[in-house]
Write a protein that binds this ligand. Structure first.
Ligand code: ADP
Length: 502
């Protein structure tokens, strides 16, 4: 049985994993880079090991140093969190070779699902619907055009090794195929060292709906229902909720079965997520499988009442799943928002730096998974996510009201954050009504623009008053100004004060 876990990660997810370990009586080991010496995960763990300089390639991605820290500390297992080494088959195999339990799936499952073309073929063989398209890499334009004529435009050209939205191109016209294929190829080569691309039909007004699965080493696989992740900015999730507002019990049951079949096709054990793309008529297609814990896993935990990290550890221990499919129910509604250190009003520029003050939201139905504290300096080297705010309530309507209440008190000063932007999302009618797809953000720009604050308006009023005084003075000294002169004076004055907006 696992007695000590090294968490090969940082930030909120490292702490989240350690919390479950502590409840299970398992000791925890942190690893940290130079800039993370004072990070909360280091303080939270029972012991901590330095593994290198700030860049992740020299620390959190250094398999040798992480294995060395595990050995030094006597950890019998490694939890990879998400990102970093979590979907690296070589690392999972290396842990096995070194006699350390990797809390995650087999190298075979990671490898099969990590290559999208292989994953598509595996899914077709398992009877899971995939987006219409190619099952072999597209090597020449002639083949590409043949496929496109068969499945019809628009299409997506996608990198087989893809991830994070890279190596993906939307093609609407035949004459753009040549450029799109070569652009996707070179982007894929640069990002993943593999230029294999394939073609998929573009699903218009799609929903991104994913299913959580759990499998043990005895062949039992269950699903824990869906998460709706269609509120995305540049293919990155911003808000997630469960249940999905568009789901029906029949489609949920069918997609759940498809998710289990997908996991079974690779003899999956551990926690994993099957991502589907769903059209307006609730036709669903396998998109990809993430062979790790997801950022948005807490909404499932809350609605289904299962601690996914504890399940991962039990599975790694070789224990059978604690639940059968028929034991599981969705209870109430949960929503998660991701809080980033970035400036939503300045093109989402990352905003690393010193946190001066934080007021955390508290109260019934609120969960906060974070790692920042007052006086902590958010480093510029890693993902700028500061925390996740998760709310639960009996109904979706109440959950939205609770999230608004929580975001109303959530204050972080010193760095810019996405909190104001998230508040605006909750006021968009399409979100409130649960009528949205992956185009939500681009379609609702008018609601997502910054609203002027009272203090900004007060500054303008003060400027206008000062301006009137100024004009009065001018009029006393000079003959009455023409309208044009007046307008010029106004603009000039405004520019000097920097307060006028036209
Ligand atoms: P990555 O692994 O790079 O994140 P995915 O295949 O998971 O790429 O797709 C990311 C997002 O891109 C999806 O959530 C969806 O919004 C959009 N997308 C991907 N494939 C399609 C498609 N065939 N049609 C429409 N949208 C798509």
């Amino acid at each position: 049985m696992i007695k000590k876990v090294l968490v090969a990660n940082r930030g909120e997810i490292a702490i989240r994993v350690m919390r479950s370990c502590r409840e299970m009586g398992i000791e925890t080991v942190a690893v940290y880079s130079d800039v993370d010496r004072k990070s909360m995960h280091v303080r939270y763990a029972d012991e901590a090991y330095h593994i290198g300089p700030a860049p992740s390639a020299e620390s959190y991605l250094r398999m040798d140093r992480i294995i060395e820290a595990a050995k030094k500390s006597g950890a019998d297992a490694i939890h990879p969190g998400y990102g970093f080494l979590s979907e690296n088959a070589t690392f999972s195999a290396l842990c096995e070779k070194e006699g350390i339990i990797f809390i995650g799936p087999s190298p075979h499952a990671i490898e099969t699902m990590g290559d999208k073309i292989t994953a598509r073929k595996t899914m077709i063989a398992a009877g899971v619907p995939v987006v219409p398209g190619t099952t072999e890499p597209v090597r020449d334009i002639k083949t590409a055009l043949e496929v496109i004529r068969k499945i019809g435009l628009p299409v997506m050209i996608k990198a087989s090794a893809g991830g994070g939205g890279k190596g993906m191109r939307l093609v609407k016209n035949e004459e753009d195929v040549v450029n799109a294929v070569s652009a996707a190829r070179s982007e894929a080569k640069a990002a993943f060292g593999d230029d294999a691309v394939y073609i998929e039909k573009y699903i218009s007004s799609p929903h991104h709906i994913e299913f959580q699965v759990l499998g043990d080493k005895h062949g039992n696989i269950i699903h824990l229902f869906e998460r709706e992740c269609s509120v995305q900015r540049r293919h990155q999730k911003v808000v997630e909720e469960t249940p999905s507002p568009i789901m029906t019990p029949e489609v949920r049951a069918k997609m759940g079965e498809a998710a289990v079949a997908a996991a079974r096709a690779v003899n999956y054990y551990g926690a994993g997520t099957i991502e589907f793309i769903v059209d307006d008529n609730l036709n669903y297609y396998f998109l990809e499988m993430n062979t790790r814990l997801q950022v948005e896993h807490p909404i499932t935990e809350r609605v289904v009442g299962v601690d996914l990290v504890k399940q991962q550890i039990n599975i790694a221990n070789g224990l059978p799943l604690s639940y059968k499919q028929e034991d599981l129910r969705q209870h109430g509604h949960a929503i998660e928002v991701r809080i980033y250190a970035e400036d939503p009003d300045n093109n989402f520029m990352p905003s690393p730096g010193l946190i001066k003050h934080i007021t955390h939201p508290l109260g019934f139905g609120v969960r906060h998974d974070g790692y920042a504290y007052e006086g902590y300096e958010i480093p510029m080297y890693y993902d700028p996510m500061i925390s996740k705010l998760i709310v639960w309530a009996e109904t979706r309507r109440e959950a939205i009201a609770r999230l608004k209440r929580a975001l109303f008190v959530y204050k972080i000063t010193g760095v810019k954050t996405s909190i104001p932007y998230l508040r605006r999302i909750l006021d968009v009618p399409a979100f409130i009504e649960g009528r949205y797809n992956t185009h939500f953000i681009e379609e609702n720009q008018e609601y997502l623009q910054p609203k002027r604050t009272c203090s900004e308006r007060a500054v303008d009023i003060a400027a206008i008053t000062a301006f009137v005084d100024y004009i009065n003075k001018l009029e006393r000294l000079q003959p009455p100004a023409t309208e044009k002169q007046l307008a010029n004076n106004w603009k000039d004055f405004g520019r000097k004060r920097g307060v006028l907006r036209f």
